[in-house]
Structures are given as structure tokens and as C-alpha cells.
Design a protein. Structure first.
Length: 238
């Protein structure tokens, strides 16, 4: 992780300086921005591995910055906010944030969260082409390809974020199996994820809106009341 570039977006100079000092001490390369437009410019020019993004920024707020960045890349985003309501956390996660830390926070906890996020694997690696192709999932009207990270529904490409794809693959790899939130958190976000478990529900909702004919009455991704979720589809018979 040493030498990894972290973009810190924070308009309060004392907090920005404090975060920067701790990250530099841990061997990270730190770039900074103090408003939303500068954050977008830095993200595009420096290609950071992770962005620490304050929600309350002058001009364009952190949620809009997060939304725009996620349209362009799959960079990890850890959001900072002074708000404590869970609904605010859910909103942040729904626009693509990977984790959420409420002010005031310990700089050591922030560094630990960053390291935990960076340890996650975005996609399985080190496989041969044949092995990767063998992991492509074929269903009657749905194809999920882990090599290209593409999802095709009725012949149409469906645009998914990194987390949406990983969550769908985790469910679809075992059709009919019921996963609870903790199991999905571990499979998709990693065992050391320290955010709220509602992130699973948020991303299930996002997937349903993209994959289901009627998101309010899902067929592919079903809720098992009191337990969790399961993927229900027939594998294609070639």
C-alpha cells in the first residue's frame, strides 16, 4: 500500500492537514482538494486509489461529487460527514460510497478504514483466460461475465457499478441459496468492513431497479423475510 495515492477532499484546513499528516506518515502519497470542482479535477488527473470525501463542501456537495466520479471510474470512496442520521449514511452509500465515517473521528480509525478498503479485491485475479471464461454465468435471459465484468439482460448490456456487479455475482454464483447480510458483506465488502449493514439493502435495491421488470415485485433477487436474499433464475441448458 505504500506509495498508493489518496485524494483527500475537505474544506476545513485543520482537518485536511491532520488527515494528510497521518496518511503521509503511513507511506501514502496524498493529494488534496477543498471543493467539489477541484475534487473532480484532481480525481481525473491523479487517478487515486481511494478518495476521502467530505459531504459538506462549498459549491458542489460531496454526494454530487461522489455520483459524478462513480460515473467515470470505480475508485474507492470513503465519505466524511458531521451528520449522524442513518438515512444520510444510506444516501451516501447509494451514490457509490464504500464506507462512511462520522465526525469527529479518530485519524487512526480513518487510516484503519482506508487500509481495510484497499485490501479488498475488486475482481478475482491470477486466473487463466479459460478459467475465467468457465466462471461466466449463463441463465435463460441473463449472462454475467466476470472477465469483462459485463452483465447482459435479454441481449442488452446493463451498466453496473463495481459493488453492484460483485453483489450480483456473489448471489448468482449459487442460485437458490439464501445469504444473510453478514455473509454478503463479507463476500462483497470484506470481513473487515466497518460500515453499516444497510449498504447491502441499498445495493440490492439498486440492482433490482436495473434488472427487474418490476423492482417492487422482484423475480431475480428475492427477499427471504427475516433471513436475507437469494438469486432465482434457471441456468441455460446448452
Amino acid at each position: 500500500m505504500r506509495g498508493t495515492t489518496i485524494l483527500v477532499v475537505e474544506d476545513e484546513e485543520p482537518i485536511l492537514d491532520l488527515i494528510g499528516k497521518y496518511l503521509v506518515a503511513e507511506g501514502f502519497n496524498v493529494v488534496t482538494a477543498r471543493d467539489g470542482n477541484a475534487a473532480l479535477a484532481q480525481a481525473r488527473s491523479t487517478h487515486p486509489a481511494l478518495i476521502v470525501l467530505d459531504v459538506m463542501l462549498p459549491g458542489m456537495d460531496g454526494l454530487e461529487v461522489c455520483r459524478r466520479i462513480q460515473q467515470e471510474s470505480d475508485v474507492y470512496i470513503l465519505m466524511l460527514t458531521a451528520r449522524t442520521e442513518e438515512i444520510d449514511k444510506v444516501v451516501g452509500l447509494s451514490v457509490g460510497a464504500d464506507d462512511y465515517l462520522t465526525k469527529p473521528f479518530s485519524p487512526r480509525e480513518l487510516v484503519a478504514r482506508i487500509k481495510a478498503i484497499l485490501r479488498r479485491s475488486r475482481a478475482a485475479g491470477g486466473e487463466t483466460s479459460k478459467e475465467t471464461l468457465d466462471r461466466t454465468l449463463h441463465f435463460e435471459n441473463l449472462v454475467i461475465n466476470p472477465e469483462t465484468r459485463e452483465v447482459w439482460l435479454d441481449g442488452t448490456l446493463v451498466e453496473l457499478t463495481t459493488r453492484e456487479f460483485d453483489l450480483l455475482y456473489a448471489l448468482a454464483e449459487y442460485p437458490g441459496r439464501v445469504f444473510n447480510r453478514d455473509q454478503l458483506l463479507e463476500r462483497v465488502w470484506g470481513h473487515d468492513f466497518a460500515g453499516i449493514d444497510r449498504v447491502v439493502d441499498v445495493h440490492i435495491g439498486l440492482l433490482r431497479r436495473k434488472l427487474e421488470m418490476d423492482a417492487a415485485n422482484p423475480v431475480l433477487i428475492q427477499t427471504v423475510r427475516g433471513v436475507g436474499y437469494k438469486f432465482v433464475a434457471r441456468k441455460r441448458q446448452d
